[in-house]
Design a protein around this ligand. Structure first.
Ligand code: ATP
Ligand code: MG
Length: 444
């Protein structure tokens, strides 16, 4: 993509109302535009990142055996009356009426709807287990939308729902999602620590949040210091046989809990210098709630012995749009964003330091063609300083910098955004290095 023709509006000024780095940088880099409180339009740069995050989430859900569907955003209140949550949910639910005065709502989550769909088809225990997910916009009329996409009112969530014959099956499904989550966040270069969590309006009695530690995070969390270095993914095995409940940290054996579930006694048993109390961003949340929805919504299938059983269920959320903010909180510096390779909007920017110079133009065109469509070519008639600043702000993992001296010698200066490291290489090497960094995630 050529920057001279792109809709990539960067801002020089720091927006006054943005309180945290990720919000400021998303506005300055032209990723999103607020259209009303807590509601954002995603502009090309932001949209590319959102799609990449979504793709990683989708691949790991698919790999874990979940099957993708797409449920609508608008739901009928009747479904929620069946589960009893229509009145319980409160003012966060956006309630609507259609022209026939029927009560509708913009879905804040989909337990009821997916239960109704599954109920329509499940004929026997042979239809279990199943896990259905979708990636869809949600609306929650938050009291205080803030921090940009981090706490929006309209936001993109991946939500999966598992149906199992019995408790053992349901716990196996829970573990499989748990591991899928660890893999998902690891692929984004994010350290998200699983913590025992409260279940809130979703219900149930077993739940984990995945939390990225950050000073600007809205959650208060408590954890064993070991977890800062612990590779939970390595410890986790989906075929773990132990019981999940009661449990704290069944793979690490270390304490980690959110505010609501914090246990002073367990905390007190940890040596003082190993206790970390910190702020964090909740990027995912998983729940095992048994038959809460299947029982209230009359989802039953004949089991192997013919007797009717209500499937054991769980639900599994990831804040896809919140992740974009969380990724920036975890990856930025004074100059701007530093995208991890796997989620960057473009793998590289090509910076032409002397637009109009025949050798510079030719070399840049070559690089752009070789890396397209995963490349942003800064072909504007701007000063070098402006191009450097915008590339640092937008955070491309690589910058291929082409000036007259280098171009004459057929050399490119390749800068790694994350480390600031620069190297002079041939155009072929530059292309190879950039492609190599995206080989696991594709260029599209
Ligand atoms: P929070 O405690 O942050 O309000 P929640 O516990 O109400 O979130 P869940 O019902 O667990 O949210 O939703 C699943 C995921 O959706 C959360 O882990 C979070 O990443 C994301 N999410 C929830 N609310 C918002 C929001 N207002 N804006 C952006 N993402 C959100
Ligand atoms: Mg939650």
């Amino acid at each position: 993509m050529r920057l001279s023709q792109a809709f990539l509006p960067t801002l020089k000024e720091t927006p006054a109302d943005a309180q945290i780095a990720s919000h400021r940088l998303m506005l300055r880099a032209g990723m999103v535009r607020q259209t009303s409180a807590g509601i954002y339009a995603w502009l090309p740069l932001g949209w590319r990142v959102l799609r990449r995050v979504e793709r990683i989430v989708r691949e790991e859900q698919d790999a874990a055996g979940a099957q993708e569907i797409l449920m609508p955003t608008i739901q009928t209140a009747d479904l929620w009356r069946q589960s009893g949550r229509y009145d319980a949910y409160g003012p966060e639910m956006l309630r609507l009426k259609d022209r026939h005065e029927r009560d509708m709502l913009y879905g804040p989550t989909n337990e009821e709807m997916v239960t109704e769909i599954f109920r329509g088809y499940a004929r026997s225990y042979r239809d279990l287990p199943r896990n259905l997910y979708h990636i869809q916009w949600k609306f929650r009329d938050e009291v205080r939308p803030r921090f940009g996409v981090m706490r929006g009112r309209e936001f993109l969530m991946k939500d999966a729902y598992s149906f199992d014959l019995d408790r053992e099956g349901a716990q196996a499904s829970y573990r499989r999602m748990f591991v899928a989550y660890l893999r998902t966040f690891a692929r984004m270069g994010l350290k998200a620590i699983p913590m025992r969590a409260a279940t809130g309006p979703i219900g149930g009695n077993l739940s984990h949040e995945f939390v990225v530690l950050a000073e600007t995070g809205e959650s208060q969390v408590f954890l064993h210091r070991d977890l800062l270095d612990f590779d939970v993914l390595r410890a986790a095995t989906p075929d773990y046989e132990g019981d999940l409940s009661p449990m704290v940290d069944f793979w690490t054996g270390r304490y980690a809990a959110t505010d609501e579930e914090h246990d002073e006694a367990a905390w007190g048993a940890i040596p003082e210098d190993r206790r970390v109390s910190a702020r964090g961003i909740e990027v995912g949340h998983i729940f095992y709630f048994g038959t809460k929805y299947s029982a209230s919504m009359d989802l039953k299938v004949p089991g192997p012995d013919g007797a009717l059983v209500a499937p054991e269920m769980g639900s599994y959320g990831i804040g896809v749009s919140r992740l974009v903010g969380a990724l920036i909180e975890a990856n930025h510096d004074e100059a701007g964003i530093r995208w991890p390779d796997s989620v960057a909007p473009f793998a590289a920017a090509v910076l032409n330091l002397k637009q109009g110079d025949a050798a510079c133009d030719a070399l840049c065109e070559r690089l752009h063609a070789a890396l397209s469509p995963d490349c942003l070519y800064d072909d504007r008639a701007e000063r070098a300083g402006v191009k450097f600043a915008d590339a640092d702000l937008m955070g491309h993992p690589w910058q291929a910098i082409v000036g007259p001296r280098g171009a004459a010698a057929g050399r490119v200066e390749l800068k790694r955004r994350a480390t600031g490291e620069r190297q002079e290489v041939s155009p072929e090497d530059a292309v190879a290095r950039v492609r190599e960094s995206r080989k696991d995630v594709g260029a599209g």
